[in-house]
Ligand binder design. Structure first.
Ligand code: PEP
Ligand code: MG
Length: 548
């Protein structure tokens, strides 16, 4: 047995084979085509080939694993023939005049999102099947290039590092855990792993050797230990630990449906942070009372081109409908810094975290912002949507945003498009400037949500992406707590509510302090909701001595 150690960023124990994530060589690109009928012919031929491949797989499975298990390949064949599926591909090719592989990829995204959001576990599982058959088609259309975002069986993913866009695109149903050589605990990849509740260890460095590929390993996300070819004693200890964690989780499950109220009667809203439409399943599963942060930029990261108003509308609408009347706070595009997207063609910057990002991009590229706001307002007719703006530093920015939002509302009203005119507009408090002028900002908006990840980065002048600085990254620093308290006091003096949606919101050592500050809402990764509820229900705020 070999033991290597990194930093555990998501708790949990996972057993499985190690598989190195191969960076995809050939991405599905979107390009215009003149001759759409030739493109449709390519699609039909690829479909025929895929059917043949599936038939061979079916026969092989029939002889090796029996009829019941082989049936999956029959189902895949039926899905390939599905009228809605084929029609969607044809429509995308013809209406957008684009290549077939793009149309297949887009259809796969839409259909799998739709399946994943369904209540029935059987239908949810079909999401993976749609992806599977679509990958097969794309594979054929692109001349058999290896598609490396999917794995044939569930495994523990190893990588040098994973960009947020890569993490987003991995087939999560096959990921048992993450182990990376690099990475920092506040990176978006760690946040995503937390949202997906997948055990994750980062920063193991060169101890992670390529020849561990395919080996049996155990990941302990709490201690940061990775065991390669574990001996029997380790195997047994870890199995017990996993059972204990499962037991704790089932105890926590008893808190579902219970109010988030302290012993002395103070209530707080417990919401979930999500990065995709399908994360609403986890949010509901862990009994979140709403969505406190939908990082809408992941819609852009998943795409090869700017998502259209219609595509965005469908995503926001689905989230709102899935949450069935519970509040859904959608943050407008927060791109830039570590979240880079090729098709945005952002200029290279020496200091991107302090550069052209988030609201600064939206206010200088109004067409982008306008499209997103239209989609958001249209979706507001289907649930309880609130809109939140990132990286605010001045009152002028907020005034400008409100003007653009008013224009969008007027446009929709004139066109007779339904929307909710009372959609709350809020801002993130994630720069020291915003916290310091929160008295003025509170007069302009309906709510604040504190982004402690960036607030810590900017207040302590510490790059949240730099693993070397992890030990200096101290979100409990009194400067941060004072800024949060200042924002909370100013929010309440002006009659608006304040939440926290950065990672610090889930820190159980801070819960009492946040309750004492009168924070109205905490938004955390779905898997942290119940732990936090437990902590809240055990707290007597009148006896708390707040930190900071
Ligand atoms: C934050 O900065 O705390 C936050 C919630 O936003 P993000 O992590 O997406 O930058
Ligand atoms: Mg932020």
């Amino acid at each position: 047995m070999i033991t290597i150690k990194g930093k555990g960023v998501v708790e949990g124990v996972a057993f499985g084979k190690l598989s190195f994530f191969q960076k995809m060589q050939q991405q599905v690109e979107r390009h215009k085509v003149q001759d759409t009928s030739a493109e449709l012919k390519r699609f039909e031929e690829a479909k025929k080939q895929a059917m043949e491949q599936l038939q061979i797989l079916y026969q092989k499975a029939l002889s090796e694993v029996g009829e019941e298990n082989a049936m999956i390949f029959e189902i895949h064949q039926m899905m390939l023939e599905d009228l809605d599926y084929c029609e969607s591909i044809t429509n995308i090719v013809c209406s957008q005049q684009v290549n077939a592989e793009y149309a297949v990829a887009k259809t796969a995204d839409n259909f799998s999102a739709m399946f994943s959001s369904m209540d029935d576990p059987y239908l949810q599982a079909r999401a993976a099947d749609v992806k599977d058959i679509s990958e097969k088609l794309i594979h054929i259309l692109m001349g058999n290039t290896e598609q490396s975002y999917s794995f044939t069986e569930p495994c523990i993913i190893a990588a040098d590092d994973l960009a947020p866009s890569e993490t987003v695109q991995l087939d999560k149903t096959k990921v048992l855990a993450f182990v990376t050589r690099k990475g920092s605990s506040n990176s978006h990849t760690a946040i995503l792993a937390r949202t997906m509740n997948i055990p994750a260890i980062i920063g193991v460095g060169d101890q992670l050797k390529p020849d561990f590929e395919g080996k049996d390993i155990i990941v302990d996300g709490e201690t940061g230990n990775v065991y390669i070819n574990p001996d029997t004693a380790t195997f047994d200890t870890m199995r017990l630990k996993k059972m204990e964690l499962d037991r704790e989780n089932s105890l926590l499950a008893e808190l579902k449906g219970q109010p988030s109220i302290t012993l002395d009667g103070q209530t707080i809203h417990l919401y979930a942070n999500i990065g995709s439409v399908t994360d609403t399943v986890a949010a509901l599963n862990y009994d979140a009372e709403g969505i406190g942060l939908f990082r809408s930029e992941f819609l852009y990261l998943e795409n090869q081109d700017y998502p259209t108003e219609e595509e965005q509308f469908q995503a926001y609408r689905t989230v709102a409908e899935n949450m069935a009347g519970k509040k859904v706070i959608i943050r407008t595009l927060d791109i830039g810094a570590d979240k880079n997207i090729d098709y945005f063609q952002l200029p290279k910057e020496d200091n991107p975290a302090m550069g052209y990002r988030a609201i600064r991009i939206c206010l200088t590229r109004p067409e982008l912002f306008h499209t997103q706001l239209r989609a958001l307002y249209r979706a507001s007719a289907f649930g309880k949507i609130a809109i939140m703006f990132p990286m605010i530093t001045s009152v002028e920015e907020v005034k400008q945003i409100k003007e653009i939002a008013a224009q969008v509302r007027n446009e929709l009203k004139e066109a007779g498009v339904p929307f909710d005119p009372s959609v709350e507009l809020g801002i993130m408090i994630e720069t020291p400037a915003a916290a310091v002028i929160s008295d003025q900002l509170a007069k302009e908006v309906d709510f604040f949500s504190v982004g402690t990840n960036d607030l810590t980065q900017y207040t302590l002048a510490i790059d949240r992406q730099n693993p070397k600085l992890d030990r200096f990254y101290q979100p409990h620093h009194p400067a941060i707590l004072r800024l949060i308290r200042m924002a909370a006091d100013n929010a309440h003096k002006n009659g608006i509510w304040i939440g926290i949606c950065g990672e610090l919101g889930a820190d159980l050592d801070m819960t009492e302090t946040f309750l004492a500050m009168g924070i109205d809402e905490l938004s955390v990764s779905p898997s942290s909701v119940l732990k936090l509820r437990q902590k809240i229900r055990q707290t007597d705020v009148s006896k708390v001595i707040p930190k900071g």
